[in-house]
Design a protein around this ligand. Structure first.
Ligand code: ACM
Ligand code: ZN
Length: 549
């Protein structure tokens, strides 16, 4: 009898535990929307979309790459499997909405039952996805949410970018970075709705793109015998005595371009000419004016051995560009054009004969002849050129887009001549400058560009009228890597400044506020912690006296 009572007691205890645990709902992990760049319109609604296995996932075919990205993001970030069969519970949908005006605009609606991303174009769908990604808790970035139910805050967002060109650059010549790092960099740009990665592939200190027709670019021009130690202004120069270099193979480049495309990013390659070409001349001395051997540069700066204007040089450049355009589907090819000293051209009988034959006034006009000829070659292949603002000197190539790095003067001159212009002013857009005045900052080129100064950039000079300002198509952050040796160093210099730039380029002035940005940045940093981004922790307040603009 007593045995029977004990069994009944155990049974009721077990039933109680079962009922109790099944009544407690698991905690829902939802984050407060803190989106960067801040959207044009966002209205938080009541309710939460809970992520579980009862979700139908559907997309119109045109949005497949963006939808695939989101599907992998959700499935890799959790144990959830999304269904493609219709279900009557919850759904995530991609819809074409022709009424959206901006080609990169999107709408995102989250209710307790639906997540809808509507866009006119694939780019917009990508940016809708990246906004949605920022509504997921950071633990989704590396599948570390554990046993929580993840909930997405109900919200209505209507959004579009302010500028159509939103870029980040990376110099892989002065120091080179792994394919995996380039992909991580591209991932971060996509998260910030930057649409362009400008890849600086050739310079005096190395050649980094495999060109099948010219193998010595890979075996010779890609390597320097040693590298300057310390700052370039320290004399006498000291060197490390260690060979340095490498090349991205065409297969690696195709892989990177495909990766970028699957994240909404266009990759623009830069092949420098006529200057910053000493590495190529080192491999093929006949490309220069003297025909003499030169070495791949081992220190930083501007060098006098530049491409000669001989027909053989044009043939070389055209062959290189033929392979480049096979690898990069971008509308634009960046042809450099900066810092080309005219010393060699002045001393070269052939270059002087071209000046006379073509009726040119001087070596600046010879540079214009050089650039215009390359522009014509690329235009005939359906591509457009971008060049640094020196291409304005000696007359500008007819269809060129100017990348203005020496200040408003160049931006104004390009826009007044009705040329598109991308602003990369060295004082405000060069992320190789110091971001804090702390003595512990790693060695940098110089200058001071704190976060708030980046946040306050206005790419459009006030001198431009309504018509002229339309030619300013956007801006870009540049990352020259003379003093940036590792991928961790790149991340340190780029973040959070690129995050501030993303808001400059995307968000409307009415939505922007630096203090609000800083509070959203606190959330964004949690995401970067999970992704593993080595962002700078010195977020100095701006000393107003340093801010000139
Ligand atoms: C540049 O900084 N030379 C474009
Ligand atoms: Zn010459």
């Amino acid at each position: 009898m007593s045995f029977f009572i004990i069994r009944i007691q155990y049974l009721s205890y077990a039933i109680f535990i079962f009922l109790f645990t099944s009544c407690i709902k698991k905690e829902i992990n939802t984050i407060k929307p803190s989106i960067i760049p801040v959207p044009v319109v966002q209205n938080i609604q009541d309710g939460v979309f809970e992520l579980d296995n009862s979700i139908t996932f559907n997309s119109e075919e045109v949005f497949k790459p963006a939808a695939d990205f989101l599907k992998s993001y959700i499935e890799n970030g959790s144990l959830i499997k999304l269904n493609t069969e219709a279900s009557n519970t919850k759904s995530i949908l991609f819809i074409v909405d022709e009424s959206i005006e901006n080609i990169e605009g999107y709408k995102l609606t989250v209710t307790s039952k639906k997540i809808i991303i509507s866009a006119k174009n694939l780019k917009g769908a990508f940016w809708g996805v990246q906004t949605l990604r920022q509504l997921f808790p950071p633990c989704f970035e590396n599948n570390s949410c554990g046993d929580f139910i993840v909930g997405i805050q109900a919200i209505k967002i209507e959004d579009e970018p302010k500028f159509k060109y939103r870029g980040m650059h990376l110099d892989v010549v002065r120091h080179m970075f792994s394919v995996n790092f380039i992909k991580k960099y591209i991932d971060m740009l996509s998260l910030l709705k930057m649409n362009t990665f400008h890849w600086h592939l050739t310079d005096d200190q190395g050649w980094r793109i495999e060109i099948k027709k010219y193998p010595k670019l890979g075996t010779h021009a890609a390597f320097r015998k040693e590298t300057l130690v310390g700052h370039g202004s320290e004399k006498p120069f000291r060197y490390d005595g260690k060979p340095y270099g490498g090349i991205y193979t065409q297969n690696e480049i195709k892989d990177i371009v495909a990766y970028a495309t699957s994240r909404g990013i266009t990759v623009i390659p830069e092949i420098e000419l006529p200057g910053h070409s000493q590495a190529a001349i080192s491999a093929y001395p006949e490309l220069g004016c003297t025909g003499q051997d030169v070495e791949v540069a081992t220190r930083w700066g501007v060098f006098e051995d530049i491409y000669c204007t001989k027909e053989g040089t044009f043939k070389f450049i055209e062959d290189v560009l033929d392979e480049v355009i096979e690898l990069f589907p971008s509308k634009y090819i960046h042809i450099g054009g900066d810092e080309a000293p005219k010393t060699r051209w002045k001393e070269c009988a052939y270059c002087q004969s071209v000046i006379i034959k073509k009726g040119l006034h001087d070596e600046h006009e010879l540079q214009n002849y050089f650039i215009s000829r390359i522009e014509k070659y690329l235009n005939n292949k359906g591509r457009q050129i971008i060049g640094w603002d020196e291409i304005l000197e000696g007359g500008i190539a007819p269809n060129a887009t100017v990348m203005s790095w020496r200040g408003d003067k160049s931006t104004i001159s390009a826009a007044k001549q009705k040329h598109d212009v991308i602003v990369t002013t060295r004082e405000y857009n060069y992320f190789n400058r110091y971001q804090s005045k702390s003595k512990t900052e790693p060695l940098a080129i110089g200058g001071y560009l704190p976060l708030e100064m980046v946040y306050n950039i206005n790419p459009i000079p006030k001198e431009l009228n309504e018509n002229e300002m339309k030619y300013v198509i956007g801006a870009q952050g540049n990352v020259w890597t003379e003093y940036i040796k590792t991928s961790e160093d790149v991340e340190y210099m780029v973040f959070p400044r690129a995050i501030a730039l993303s808001e400059v380029l995307w968000s409307k002035d009415e939505q922007k506020s630096y203090s609000d940005f800083l509070s959203r940045l606190t959330s964004f940093k949690k995401r970067m912690d999970v992704i593993g981004v080595n962002y700078s922790k010195h977020i100095d307040r701006l000393d107003k006296s340093d801010f000139k603009k």
